[in-house]
Design a protein around this ligand. Structure first.
Ligand code: AMP
Length: 429
């Protein structure tokens, strides 16, 4: 009996799939590209466990959020403790910062992570029960410049991957004084409409009214049209901070839209929040988002340092690349595919394969001694850049013919010069 993959999960494989976004080469390309941008922005990698004590997420993400109230994979371990597969990365990174007392090594830390996240959501396109995120966390910098820098980082990542038609939505939730004033006016307004609100929003009216701004319910949205706006309640400081974030983005000509209903799904945000959406993703159009969450580290028992960050889902990035036709670059095969005909050539080719690989040149050889035609088919399938066929003649002359698969161009090279040849062409890329 075949055992099916659990619903909402998927594999990422090195073979052709019905879903081109599940192709491993694409993921490797995306991950390598993101990593190099993150390093150019001087961020350092952190790796944290995929499960934590349940209370970590309850306290940081917030009891009232969808994530904690209905989406967590929570289980009791054999010691009777409640554990949860992480639904997001920020809480774990903050916990790790505290566990490792990172503040002892300076007051400014710039961290990034990659990894799977787990949420029990209704599976649909762009929504999975295990998805992957890349995210960053900055600890110790509370400035508007820092907010602008992480937005720049996220935007640069998408641009480097070739994504187009992006919209950067930006908002400020203000400091706690701004939010308290807004909440009072907002609740005052909503009081008249409570019974007309959706069930979710009625519940949030009691527990966390700001999140009503997030509601996708059409009737809720209509009620919200006339509601007071957060912007009108920003304190002088919060307003200056928000203006400065915008100035920094203007200086680097990063386009954004101030979106006054953007509040983000999690409880821990204050001041700047942002989200990048793609027009080419359908209903689940949020590629990534983040903002500032000063106070989170302290609330979890750590030092009182400001924190900001973002996370982007990798599934949606890969899918947007495919939808926009910019995913082709990723599908690169080996640089060279060797085909040997006959025993003597097999030995020469096998030695050559070893030498090339030791010099970091990605190559592959037809090892099961197939005939020329199926071997060439294999080279094509693998998308090899060059192919060379070695027979007894080539061994005698110590020369091979390299064929570039893209255009059929041929060049004769001495076997002993082959390694140098590939190393030279690599250094020109
Ligand atoms: P969030 O932590 O909810 O702000 O999510 C950050 C990013 O992760 C989103 O912008 C999405 O790109 C991605 N994401 C969140 N939930 C899922 C999911 N269930 N499946 C796929 N991607 C997701």
């Amino acid at each position: 009996m075949k055992i099916a993959i659990p619903s909402g999960l998927f594999d990422i494989v090195p073979t052709k799939t019905k879903q081109p976004w599940q192709q491993i080469e694409l993921w490797q390309y995306v991950e390598a590209s993101i990593r190099s941008v993150a390093e150019a922005f001087a961020y350092r990698e952190i790796r944290v466990p995929i499960f934590e004590r349940t209370e970590l997420f309850q306290r940081s993400v917030g009891e009232e959020t969808d994530i904690v109230s209905k989406e967590m994979y929570t289980f009791e371990d054999r010691g009777g403790r409640s554990m949860t597969l992480r639904p997001e990365g920020t809480a774990s990174v903050m916990r790790s910062f505290i566990t490792n007392a990172m503040q002892n090594e300076g007051s400014h830390h710039r961290l990034f992570y990659f990894g799977p996240m787990f949420r029990y959501e209704r599976p649909q396109a762009g929504r999975y029960r295990q998805h992957h995120q890349f995210g960053v966390e900055v600890v110790g910098a509370g400035t508007a410049a820092q907010d602008a820098e992480i937005i720049d980082l996220l935007y640069t990542i998408y641009k480097q991957l070739g994504l187009k038609n992006l919209r950067v939505c930006l908002n400020s939730l203000g400091d706690s004084e701004s939010r308290a004033n807004f909440r009072a006016a907002f609740c005052d307004y909503l009081n008249k409409y409570v019974s007309d609100l959706s069930d979710d929003s009625q519940r949030r009216f009691e527990t966390n009214p700001l999140r009503i701004l997030d509601s996708k319910d059409a009737n809720d949205q209509k009620i919200l049209e006339e509601a007071p706006k957060l912007q009108q309640f920003l304190s002088r400081d919060a307003s200056a901070h928000f203006d400065a974030v915008q100035s920094h983005l203007d200086w680097i000509e990063l386009p954004y839209t101030v979106t006054d209903r953007l509040v983000r799904g999690l409880d821990y945000y204050n001041q700047t929040v942002f989200e990048v959406v793609s027009e080419d993703l359908g209903a689940q159009n949020s590629l990534g988002g983040g903002g500032r969450y000063d106070g989170l580290l302290k609330m979890l028992g750590g030092p009182d340092l400001p924190t900001a960050g973002f996370a982007t889902g990798l599934e949606r990035v890969v899918q947007a690349m495919i939808n926009q036709g910019v995913a082709e670059i990723a599908a690169r095969g080996p640089e060279l595919f060797l085909i040997a005909l006959g025993e003597e050539a097999h030995e020469t080719a096998f030695r050559l394969l070893h030498r090339l690989r030791n010099e970091g040149i990605a190559c592959q050889m037809e090892l099961s001694k197939r005939k020329l035609k199926p071997a060439m088919q294999m080279a094509n399938q693998l998308k090899a850049e060059f192919v060379t066929v070695l027979g007894s003649d080539e061994v005698k002359k110590q020369e091979v013919e390299l064929k570039r698969m893209a255009d059929g161009e041929k060049a004769v090279i001495r076997i002993e010069e082959l390694v140098q040849h590939f190393k030279r062409s690599k250094s020109h890329v």
